[in-house]
Design a protein around this ligand. Structure first.
Ligand code: OOG
Ligand code: MG
Length: 246
């Protein structure tokens, strides 16, 4: 918890507690969320992580995870201050904004669309609190799936007119294309990430609440950033998000 605020990395939890289970890790995650709420922060949504092969390979963990998004994580402007961050990386994502509660073990794509107000291009800034960005599944979950900041673009899209799996995405750093991908990288179709989140939450008696933002997981590998960098995330047909880093 402390390391989510201090900008100082820590050793992996599993180095000290090798028997830590995934369930324990989600309990630690929930305790950190409670501690943040006690400080005046507020949950505003959920994120899925490790929903694409590119992401799974880059951290060496091959199972999707979820984490809690908090009000304090949302960037109001596309400007990232590195204060308090350790080794941040930026990744392109889709954000689903829900208008109805969504939950249960048998959620279908149709249920997700019926509960979705709109879809927006977004970017996430992840920052592992572990040394060298190196962790196991359990460590990552306990660290709230490396969540740090996120920014949701200005333009909303109705999900009916776009094939999210076919949207191509390019991330440029300082003018140079560094990674590319398409929506299909996210479990074949980003809607499946929301379905999976609902299923995973239903196992612990939780739902995705109306009004929640859901980030469906990085479409490409994440791109490390440092002060002075200028990031452009181009969503074909869905606009560009530009992020200044300082
Ligand atoms: C995984 C977080 C990855 C994504 O979109 O894949 C993530 C982790 O670092 O625990 O945010
Ligand atoms: Mg992510």
């Amino acid at each position: 918890m402390e390391h989510q605020l201090s900008g100082r990395p820590m050793k992996k939890l599993t180095a000290e507690y090798p028997d830590l289970t995934v369930e324990d890790a989600y309990r630690i995650q929930a305790l950190c969320v409670e501690a943040a709420e006690a400080r005046g922060d507020r949950p505003t949504g959920w994120k899925m992580g490790l929903t694409s092969r590119a992401k799974q390979i880059s951290v060496g963990v091959d199972e999707p995870v979820y984490g809690r998004l908090m009000a304090s994580m949302e960037l109001r402007k596309p400007r990232l201050s590195l204060a308090g961050l350790i080794h941040p990386r930026v990744e392109p994502e889709f954000a689903f904004i829900l208008k109805h509660d969504l939950g249960g073990p048998h959620v279908t794509a149709r249920d997700v669309w019926a509960a979705t107000e709109c879809v927006m291009p977004a970017l996430e800034v992840i920052d592992s609190r572990y040394e060298n960005f190196s962790f196991t599944l359990e460590d990552g979950v306990a660290d709230n799936a490396s969540s740090a900041k996120f920014y949701v673009g200005e333009q909303v899209y109705l999900p009916y007119g776009i094939r999210l799996d076919e949207v191509g995405v390019t991330v440029r750093k300082n003018g140079e294309a560094v990674v590319t991908g398409a929506g299909a990288a996210v479990l074949g179709h980003p809607v499946r990430s929301v379905i999976l989140l609902a299923q995973m939450l239903s196992r612990v008696g939780k739902i995705i609440e109306a009004g929640a933002v859901v980030l469906t997981g990085g479409i490409t590998e994440a791109v490390p950033v440092k002060a002075g960098d200028w990031i452009q995330v181009i969503f074909d047909g869905m606009g560009i998000i530009e992020l200044a880093v300082d």
